[in-house]
Design a protein around this ligand. Structure first.
Ligand code: BTN
Length: 329
């Protein structure tokens, strides 16, 4: 997707500011210091990007409709963050936003730069699973982080992201909860997933890429048949579509807030917030981890984010695995 020019963003902001009113080409060119021909060119570029802009000879231009697109044009005005989203790399299609973000991190991308794609052709979940990524329905993004953390604490970042996305989903009216370590569920089905990848030296994380996929406006028909019983979306849960740019901005904003709290206050505050949103704790679970299956009650997470399960052999500490929730106690 072509990067949008700064003048194009200014023309759009000017039209958006005017709301339902028409503004003359002369007023726009005078205010923004552009020629009338340049204004016309930017209006046409905006139309090509999906904006409906009416033009009347004596009155000028009016923004009649904005597209439901995840472009920098749509996202930037919604962000009031200092780090997260400082650079927005927006694409119509990518293999995987995580792969692009990893390349950018290797090339020196700064903490908080974000990669967003409208579609992924090779979206990845944990353990090499596919992440179904239909075009212009959902949210797929990856953020480059440069945390001051040893690699042993990198898993905390995934919990931070799960809290942020959970808050954004709840704000959109969906009662989401977190299944350890980082699945977001609603009505017992998967709403969102997080995939964190990193490069580290022995004592320091060099960069981490936290990739987030949220099923936003996917309907049942957008999931492969085999997934329909297991996956849900904000649309399915609310019964109404969600403006994706607003939802993306809510995720980025919440992510920054929780990253800041994590950096300033440490893991304790994250652990408490995660516990409050957890749908795992207190439940009987079956965990597949390192070729074993452990059945027991999920009691807590420890101060490294590991799941503590009380099974027949006593308390087990699980650092990585797949959890299935069994019956409610
Ligand atoms: C999981 O639940 O297994 C994790 C799913 C993570 C999916 C997101 S979508 C954006 C980013 N790019 C990817 O290829 N994967 C993550």
């Amino acid at each position: 997707m072509a990067e949008t020019s700064n003048s194009e963003e200014l023309v759009l902001a000017f039209l958006a500011e005017a709301g339902d009113e028409f503004v003359s080409g002369e007023a726009i060119s005078g205010k923004l210091g552009l020629s009338r021909a340049a204004v016309w060119k930017h209006v046409n570029a905006l139309r090509a990007a999906g904006y409906r802009i009416e033009a009347l000879p004596a009155r000028g231009y009016r923004l009649a409709e904005v597209p439901d697109r995840l472009t920098a044009l749509e996202l930037r005005p919604l962000l009031n963050t200092h780090d997260v989203g400082r650079e927005l790399h927006c694409y119509e299609e990518l293999g995987s936003t995580n792969d692009r973000a990893k390349d950018l991190a290797e090339e020196g991308a700064e903490h908080g730069e974000i990669v967003v794609a409208e579609a992924q052709t090779a979206g990845r979940g944990r353990r090499g699973r596919e992440w179904v990524s239909p075009a212009r329905k959902n949210l797929y993004f990856s953020v480059v982080l440069r945390p001051e953390l040893p690699p042993s604490r990198a898993a905390e970042l995934t919990l931070v992201a799960s809290i942020a996305v959970c808050d954004a989903a709840r704000h959109a009216g969906v009662e989401a909860g977190i299944k350890w370590p980082n699945d977001l569920l609603a009505s017992g089905k998967k709403l969102a997933g997080i995939l964190t990848e990193l490069a580290a030296e022995p004592d320091r994380v060099h960069w981490a890429v936290v990739g987030v996929g949220v099923n936003v406006n996917a309907g049942p028909e957008d999931f492969p048949e085999g997934l329909r019983g297991e996956a849900t979306s904000l649309l399915i849960e609310r019964g109404a579509p969600v403006p994706r740019a607003l939802f993306a901005a809510a995720c980025f904003t919440a992510l920054e807030e929780w990253l800041d709290r994590h950096a300033e206050e440490g893991f304790g505050v994250i652990r408490d917030a995660w516990r409050e949103r957890s749908v795992t704790l207190g439940r009987e679970v079956s965990v597949k981890s390192e070729g074993r299956e452990i059945v027991g009650v999920a009691e807590d997470i420890d101060d490294h984010g590991a799941l503590l399960v009380r099974g027949r052999a006593g308390l087990e500490r699980i650092l990585a695995g797949d959890v299935a929730l069994l019956r409610q106690r």
